[in-house]
Design a protein around this ligand. Structure first.
Ligand SMILES: Nc1nc2c(ncn2[C@@H]2O[C@H](COP(=O)(O)OP(=O)(O)OP(=O)(O)O)[C@@H](O)[C@H]2O)c(=O)[nH]1
Ligand SMILES: [Mg+2]
Length: 237
């Protein structure tokens, strides 16, 4: 299989408009500067599509952007109109780019109005390029998520779901970081007080939920992995 960047270059070349899909919960973290540079260098019109906007208010941070949700169809009609306005031609090819798991395939299905692109909570689901026609004028190209070379930031990838919950090695580190960043969300979802000792909070939850090791001690790693599932599947909002 060709490398991600080979596919991405091909899509950028072929497309008339590019959608850069970002996660509303972590807009800045889900940007990929290398990808944005390529799109800008190619001189192609693009839109930041802030996906999963049912899970968080992203605010008006990037231009040009539009907030959408594939769960409740928010912003989907408006996005379709924006694409057609930008294209200035009758038949438009639209490339859909972004990290694994940000919701690219789901977005394509919402634009089409029925399931055509395959979706999964595990990252790296879409392989190769998939073309999906929407109405008479729009052809969408679904892509696998872009993982930049030299990306060592496992925290960021775990939080976006680029590394899915099955593959995160240190879920306790990720969940501690998330709790410190979004204490209110975790307090509301789990009914605990998030203190400045996140490991203690994970242990408390492990005890409360009977996530135990042999001998009855709390199992924070297993508890943290469960919490990461809740986060990555969008239950903690
Ligand atoms: N709450 C919520 N969840 C979403 C939304 N869009 C996608 N998801 C969920 O996010 C996960 C990933 O969705 P996909 O559409 O497969 O993401 P992708 O970017 O195509 O992922 P890859 O093909 O792995 O690169 C799935 O569990 C979806 O149900 C949304 O608007 N709201
Ligand atoms: Mg996909």
């Amino acid at each position: 299989m060709p490398s991600f960047w080979t596919l991405v270059n091909k899509v950028i070349e072929e497309a008339d408009v590019l959608l850069l899909v970002l996660d509303a919960r972590l807009v800045q973290e889900s940007r990929n500067i290398e990808l944005e540079r390529k799109v800008q260098d190619a001189g192609k019109p693009f839109i930041y599509v802030i996906s999963k906007s049912d899970l968080a208010e992203a605010g008006d941070v990037l231009q040009p952007s539009i907030a959408v949700s594939s769960k409740d169809y928010r912003g989907i009609g408006a996005l379709k109109r924006r694409i057609l306005t930008l294209a200035k031609k009758q038949a438009v090819i639209v490339g859909v780019l972004g990290y694994p798991n940000v919701g690219k395939s789901s977005l394509i299905n919402s634009l089409k109005g029925k399931g055509s692109a395959s979706v999964s909570p595990l990252s790296g689901h879409t392989r190769g390029l998939q073309k999906v026609r929407v109405g008479k004028r729009i052809m969408l190209i679904d892509t696998p998520g872009v993982i930049p070379y030299n990306e060592k930031d496992f925290m960021k990838q775990s939080v976006i779901g680029t590394i899915d919950y099955l593959h995160v090695r240190e879920p306790d580190v990720v969940v501690s970081g998330l709790m410190q960043r979004f204490p209110e969300k975790f307090e509301k979802f789990y009914g605990v007080k998030v203190t400045d000792d996140p490991d203690g909070v994970i242990e408390e939850l492990a005890l409360k939920n009977h996530v135990l090791r042999k001998g009855g001690k709390p199992d924070p790693i297993r508890m943290a992995r469960r919490m990461l599932v809740d986060w990555q599947q969008g239950r903690i909002t």
